[in-house]
Design a protein around this ligand. Structure first.
Ligand SMILES: [Ca+2]
Length: 235
């Protein structure tokens, strides 16, 4: 994104490596961070057509939340496998990709705010494990969701809790999603008793009259990665 690029340019003038950018991932085409690398600070829907880097990545070093897909366009239609990393620290977190995407990586996107790691954001994704072309990301209350009829996973960043509603304009059955830490990643909302595609509005913060309070588990460590090992988990 342009803000990131400006940030990098400013750093370059100060002779500081752009590796200190607030959010980035470096892909390597050998294990243990060797071979030819590709640095991303933004989404890539197709590493092949955009960077001639399709099915090449074996290992990565990441700052921020990054989602790796073996299919194009972020697992369009809910297809394919996924691995994600959550690293809200300031140091790179490096690891060899798992079987799901190693040597198969075709699209990549980040989770959370465009410029930083800990700003409050709420993002809905079409399918489980953040698959699907469409996503809806916001930083303030949303009285009418665009993805109201198609959402199955959520990423929350920052320290704000959120209240989700089954009706428009903060009406109907409600649940407070009480966050802990800076990163709350829900690969399948049915795991926290929210039916797929059941939400219509989301309010920042938790109201006292929420029907249910769900205490979300934060990512267990500052830096960790998770892989969806089941194929076609959305089917
Ligand atoms: Ca692939």
């Amino acid at each position: 994104m342009s803000i990131i690029k400006i940030f990098c340019v400013i750093l370059a003038f100060q002779h500081v490596s752009c590796l200190l950018a607030p959010r980035q991932v470096v892909l390597y085409d050998r294990t243990n961070y060797g071979g030819m690398s590709l640095t991303l600070t933004d989404y890539s829907f197709n590493l092949g057509t955009q960077y001639n880097y399709n099915d090449r990545a074996q290992s990565v070093c990441a700052i921020g939340i990054w989602i790796f897909y073996d299919d194009t366009s972020f697992g369009r239609g809910g297809s394919g496998r996924v691995q994600y990393v959550s690293n809200t620290g300031s140091q790179q977190y490096c690891f060899n990709l798992g079987d799901s995407v190693r040597g198969k990586l075709t699209s990549v996107r980040y989770g959370g705010h465009v410029t930083g790691l800990v700003e409050s954001t709420f993002t809905l994704f079409e399918y489980t494990w953040f698959k699907g072309v469409a996503e809806e990301k916001f930083t303030a209350s949303k009285p009418s969701l665009s993805l109201s009829s198609r959402h199955q996973s959520i990423i929350i960043t920052g320290t704000s809790s959120w209240t989700v509603y089954e009706g428009l304009n903060y009406t109907g059955a409600s649940k407070c999603l009480s966050v802990s830490g800076n990163t709350n990643i829900i690969t399948d909302i049915s795991s926290i008793q929210i039916r797929h595609s059941s939400l219509r509005s989301v309010r920042k913060g938790c109201t006292a009259d929420a029907d249910v309070i769900i205490h979300l588990p934060s990512s267990p460590n500052v830096a960790s990665n998770f892989e969806n090992v089941a194929s076609n988990s959305t089917l």
